[in-house]
Design a protein around this ligand. Structure first.
Ligand code: SF4
Length: 205
């Protein structure tokens, strides 16, 4: 599948540095974690140069940075998925529930991201965004409390988990209170970049 540049947000140095140990010890050969993050984002450094990072976080970061999407002009961004609930890495009853759109490109990229983080599991609930990618769907306010409610209902995810916490994409920030009122699920705003998801979920464990 080919992917348009607008369909994904890569991680910036500011995104990456949040997952580094923050010791500024220089053991990686850079003067600070921030400098190391810049080098990582530019592909000039390897994650394993930081000896301070926990193994799981290192693997998640390596996985996220290793994904190279083929960027082309494409017309595939309006294709939708038919799945109502997507299991990534054998999720369990305490695994997080991630809300996204029903764009095939978005789901393709998310699956790629989680393939590189086999230790991180989640339930993904696609919602009706008319095949638009999250950036467009957010701009057009297509991810509504009602669409999230319908997505949750159609997915049956409430029977699969023992909690009522869900995460919406960072690009949809601002809708959380209304979604909570409609769904009665507690809403957390996730990162703007989907590449960050395994890192954030690893950090929260
Ligand atoms: S070795 Fe790790 S903790 Fe130390 S400065 Fe580099 S990135 Fe930061």
């Amino acid at each position: 599948m080919v992917v348009e540049a607008v369909d994904f947000y890569g991680m910036s140095p500011e995104d990456i540095v949040k997952y580094l140990p923050g010791k500024d010890c220089g053991n990686c050969g850079y003067g600070s974690c921030k400098e190391f993050a810049v080098a990582l984002s530019e592909g000039k450094a390897k994650v394993d140069k930081c000896p301070e990072m926990a193994l799981r976080m290192r693997e998640s970061l390596e996985g996220a940075l290793s994904i190279k999407l083929e960027v082309h002009e494409a017309d595939s961004s309006m294709s939708t998925v038919t799945e109502t609930l997507i299991e990534v890495n054998s999720p369990g009853r305490d695994s997080p529930v991630l809300i996204t759109g029903n764009c095939a490109v978005t789901l393709y990229v998310l699956k790629l991201i989680f393939d590189r983080a086999p230790d991180v599991s989640a339930w993904i609930v696609p919602t009706e965004t008319k095949g638009f990618t999250i950036d467009h769907a957010a701009g057009m306010k297509l991810m509504t409390p009602m669409s999230v409610m319908r997505g949750l209902t159609n997915s049956g995810v409430s029977t699969k988990v023992d909690h009522r916490d869900l995460m919406i994409p960072g690009l949809c920030a601002g809708a959380e209170r209304q979604i909570e009122m409609m769904t009665k699920w507690k809403v957390k705003v996730g990162p703007r970049s989907g590449f960050e998801l395994p890192l954030l979920l690893s950090k929260e464990r």
